[in-house]
Ligand binder design. Structure first.
Ligand code: SF4
Ligand code: FES
Length: 263
């Protein structure tokens, strides 16, 4: 089993208005089989034993589902391994890169204020969903699975978009801090299915307007979001969102007031 001593530089920040700084630590005898979060857990146990403040970081499922573990590791959102969340990163992935020194930072985007150390507030993504990421028409009771035939390629595409876990790595990786990949995925997984058609255009309009209002940047096709996305969501969805948005603007299609309130 391979072990290594690692120099760690961990971002410490007391709150959204604190300027923050890197704090240096040494992690000794780190096993290649340890997960990255276990390595941070050990660091925190040491800090607590020394009467110091542990490093705050977000995590929940630790299996790539919840999207909470938002960290930039040596400049890579979710670390160096493709299609992997931070919690799925193992130390061997860092050893494979030949890294003896590791810089750990939170997502950096003005729409994601830093709460403490590596924890950021990602409520802005929820607000984009609130603006239209739902179906408000009455769809009736649950139907048989094959009652509404949907061509397999379309079902697959909707499913691909629905795998977005709302982690925000796309925002952190984008030089413009754009939330276009997240928003496009949420628009697409509803807009591709029959139940989502009625509100398709207005959904795109409302969600993109909210994204702009919340201070996310625009998409200039760098493609960094797709590379950082742990679910491999394609930037083709951004093109689809832009097409929907253009149609919505040209045809001026909006939802009548009262729609969605059961009126
Ligand atoms: S599109 Fe990918 S990177 Fe962006 S929030 Fe969804 S899962 Fe995370
Ligand atoms: S802790 Fe849930 S995706 Fe990483």
């Amino acid at each position: 089993m391979k072990t290594k001593n690692l120099k760690l530089h961990v971002w410490r920040q007391n709150g959204p208005t604190d300027t923050g700084r890197f704090e240096d630590h040494v992690a000794e005898n780190v096993s290649e089989h340890m997960s990255f979060l276990e390595m941070l857990d050990e660091l925190n146990e040491r800090l607590i034993a020394d009467g110091k403040d542990p490093v705050a970081f977000d995590h929940d499922c630790r299996e790539g589902i919840c999207g909470m573990c938002s960290m930039v590791i040596n400049g890579h959102a979710h670390g160096p391994h493709e299609r992997t969340t931070t919690c799925q990163i193992h130390m061997r992935h860092l050893f494979d890169e030949g890294w003896d020194e590791v810089w750990v930072e939170p997502w950096r985007a003005s729409a994601f204020p830093i709460q403490k150390d590596l924890v950021v507030e990602r409520q802005a993504l929820d607000e984009i969903i609130h603006a239209g990421g739902y179906i408000s028409i009455r769809t009736g009771s649950a139907r048989d699975a094959n009652e509404a035939p949907i061509p397999k390629p379309i079902a697959d595409r909707a499913f691909d978009a629905a795998t977005c876990i709302g982690c925000g790595a796309c925002v952190a990786a984008c030089p413009n801090a754009s939330a276009s990949l997240f928003t496009a995925a949420k628009i697409a997984h509803l807009g591709l299915l029959p139940q989502g058609q009625a509100e398709r255009m207005s959904r795109a309009k409302r969600m993109v307007a909210k994204m702009d209002e919340l201070g996310f940047g625009g998409c200039t096709n760098h493609g960094e979001c797709e590379k950082a996305c742990p679910k491999g969501i394609s930037i083709d969805f951004i093109a689809q969102m832009n097409r929907d948005l253009l149609k919505a603007v040209i045809t001026d299609r909006d939802v009548p007031s009262g729609h969605g309130d059961g009126e």
